[in-house]
Design a protein around this ligand. Structure first.
Ligand code: ZN
Length: 165
């Protein structure tokens, strides 16, 4: 039975985690730093990881491999777009590999990566950098607590490992 120490919707989960790709490349590793916190059931972490952590407790070690469908999705060719240089601020540095945040039509933040600069045309890839990858997580759950009413309203965690505002 779920109790206050069990990961379920509305709980704040604190964890150390390591994220590795198929080729062994380590994308993220919280070891040696602060653990990260997220609000379970809010979609703050990818669906495959959220599912794997459901019902776990502090102290549990969880290893899970997540396909793109349960991760950051597949790469969409349409998300690669040619943008006029004039669409950027005049002093913006436009080089291949530079990432920046833009807004989509619904005002959601979107991360773009410049993949080509040719004359006045800048090619931007709006796919998530981890779209199309299998994700291998190694997680140690370090804490589970009830979210505050305010955290539930905001849909994210406040305080250490979360948002500060
Ligand atoms: Zn907030």
């Amino acid at each position: 039975m779920p109790d206050k120490h069990t990961v379920s919707a509305g709980k704040v989960v604190t964890m150390h985690y390591k994220l590795t790709l198929d080729d062994g490349q380590v994308v993220d590793d919280s070891a040696g730093g602060e653990p990260m916190s997220y609000l379970h059931g809010s979609g703050e972490v990818v669906p495959g990881l959220e599912t794997a952590l459901e019902g776990r407790k502090a102290g549990d070690d969880v290893r899970v491999s997540v396909s793109p469908e349960q991760g950051y999705g597949h790469r969409e060719p349409d998300a690669v777009q040619a943008v006029q240089r004039s669409a950027f601020p005049p002093n913006a540095k436009l080089d291949v590999g530079i990432t920046f945040q833009a807004m989509d039509q619904d005002e959601n933040p979107l991360l773009g990566t410049i993949t080509k600069v040719a004359g006045d045309e800048v090619t931007v890839d709006f796919n998530h950098p981890l779209a199309g990858f299998n994700l291998h997580f190694e997680v140690r759950v370090t804490g589970v607590r009830e979210a505050t009413a305010e955290e539930r309203r905001h849909g994210h965690v406040h305080g250490p490992g979360g948002h500060h505002h």
